[in-house]
Structures are given as C-alpha cells and as structure tokens.
Design a protein around this ligand. Structure first.
Ligand SMILES: NC(=O)c1ccc[n+]([C@@H]2O[C@H](COP(=O)([O-])OP(=O)(O)OC[C@H]3O[C@@H](n4cnc5c(N)ncnc54)[C@H](O)[C@@H]3O)[C@@H](O)[C@H]2O)c1
Length: 262
C-alpha cells in the first residue's frame, strides 16, 4: 500500500519492536517523519536509525503523565507539529492466566495503567496540540479481545474494550476540530513473543497454537505488516470521512467465532 504522508509528523508508541515497529516503518516509508517512542529507548533508537532522516527515537513510558507531557512537548518543539498519533504500546500477562476470582489487583492495575490510562494520557497531550491546529489523526490499537469475550484475561480484555469505546468518545469530541480517531483491533499476530507459541516444538504449545487458530477462518496468524497496513489506511489523507471506527484485522475471527481459552 502506498500513500503520501510527506511533511507529516507521526508519533508511534511502543515502536521499538513488533506491531509498533512495523507501523512506524510503514509511516516512514510513506513519507512521514516518525518518532519511535518506547520504554526501551536503546531498541527504539536502532529501529529509528534504520529509517535514516525520517526516524527519531524518544524514551517514553506511556503510563507516566510526566514523561508523556514532556515527550509530546519535545516533539512539538523539535518537529514543530504532530499530525498522526498511533497509540500502540500495550502489555498483557502470560503469568496470570486465571479467572477473575484469582486475578491479582497489582496485575490488573499494571495492565490498565499502560493499555488504557497510557492511551488516554498520550491522546490527551497530542490532541491538545491537534485541537489548536484543527487537524490530526489518531489510531488506537485495541485487540479482537476488546471486541469479543475471552476467559483468563480480564484486565487485558477490559482495557482493550475500553480502547474501542474511548475511540468513539474521542471521535465525537474531536470531530469539530477536524481530528479523526479510529481503532485497529488485531487478532493473533506474529511477533517475537507469539512466534515462540506458533513455532514451538513443544506439544503443549502446539496444542495451544492449534486451539487459537481453530477460531481463525484463515487458519493462520497475521503478520505485523498486515496490521500496519490497516493503520496506514486510517492515517492516509484519502480516509478523510471515517472516524470512530474499529477495524478488526483478524483473519475472520470476529466474523466466525467467539470463545477461546489460551
Ligand atoms: N501480537 C498480537 O498478537 C496482538 C494481538 C492483539 C493486540 N495486540 C496489541 O498490539 C500492540 C502491540 O503488540 P505487540 O505484540 O507488538 O507487543 P510487543 O510486546 O512485541 O511490543 C510492545 C512494545 O511496547 C513497548 N512498551 C511496553 N510498555 C510500554 C510503556 N509503558 N510505554 C511505552 N512503551 C511500552 C515495549 O517495550 C515494546 O517495544 C499492543 O497494544 C497489543 O496489545 C497484539
């Protein structure tokens, strides 16, 4: 997919690796100047450096109000503008795959603080600037688990459902300022983390991967590039009449089935 983002400045959170990096790379390849923001500054720097002059790195913990405010202010000061925000940074737990009656409060708070509060904090700081300029695009990364239910992940599913609803709220609040807000909800996507599951030789992992894919009509995980293309679509100048929407990029999962455990 090719779009023209020349002269636009984009901020992608959680851009050091995985889906975030693919999104940042796609935006840069299509002409934007991209700020790769991440907790992991060293890796973000390497990722940004691969884009030569279109990429720069920023150390930012999205769950820290102070770091978010300072980071966005720094972008405006250095780049003069912020046109596109992609709220991608997100975490989940593999350790606590338990029902709500066993779910630790600290784990609930840790996940909500990044996946939902973090997204709120970065959106608030960025939209303040976008409202002044009466222009902007915000793309939030949720998950199919924000759209359909799943057991054993109450914090993640709740946070990601919150992202879908916050997308709609932001869309109607910011529409008068010509800021479009949309959401991409990935299904199972191949990253360094999930490759360990999908490519494992252990029988228990292979069984888990098989159960995950049994809910995916296309019967394979998505690639990070396939997620990034959907984000690029929402960021493109051509998508100027779409706001408040969630696009599931999930191989047909949400079209076909609902329940899964892993
Ligand atoms: N991979 C999947 O199958 C999948 C499926 C559905 C949704 N998602 C969502 O897509 C997004 C990216 O997922 P991924 O699989 O690429 O994750 P990942 O773990 O591979 O990468 C996440 C990146 O975010 C950074 N990060 C974590 N906490 C942060 C914080 N507080 N502040 C700033 N950066 C932080 C990490 O350092 C890392 O670089 C997440 O929001 C995730 O919930 C992923």
């Amino acid at each position: 997919m090719k779009v023209d983002l020349t002269n636009q400045v984009a901020l992608v959170t959680g851009a050091a690796r995985g889906i975030g990096r693919a999104i940042a790379d796609q935006l840069a390849t299509n002409g934007a100047r991209v700020v790769y923001a991440d907790l992991d500054f060293a890796t973000a720097k390497t990722a940004a450096a691969a884009q030569a002059i279109s990429g720069s790195a920023l150390a930012m913990d999205v769950s820290s109000e102070t770091q978010v405010e300072a980071g966005v202010a720094q972008i405006i000061q250095e780049q003069g503008r912020l046109d596109i925000l992609v709220n991608n940074a997100g975490i989940n737990t593999m350790k606590h795959r338990v029902n709500i009656d066993q779910f630790p409060l600290e784990e609930w708070q840790r996940i909500l603080s990044v996946d939902l509060t973090g997204l709120f904090l970065v959106s608030r700081a960025a939209s303040r600037h976008m409202v002044e300029r009466k222009s902007g695009r915000i793309v939030n990364i949720s998950s199919v688990l924000g759209v359909v239910p799943a057991r054993l992940q109450c914090a993640f599913t709740t946070a990601k459902a919150g992202v879908v609803q916050l997308t709609r709220t932001m869309a109607i609040e910011l529409a008068p300022s010509n800021i479009l807000v949309n959401c991409v909800a990935p299904g199972s996507t191949l990253t360094e983390g999930t490759k360990q599951l999908f490519y494992s030789t252990e029988a228990i992992m292979q069984e888990r991967a098989k159960r995950m894919l049994s809910h995916v009509p296309l019967n394979r995980p998505g690639t990070v590039e396939e997620i990034a293309h959907a984000v690029l679509f929402f960021a493109a100048p051509e998508s100027s009449y779409i706001t408040g929407q969630t696009l599931c990029v999930d191989g047909g999962w949400t079209a076909g089935g609902f329940l899964r455990d892993f």
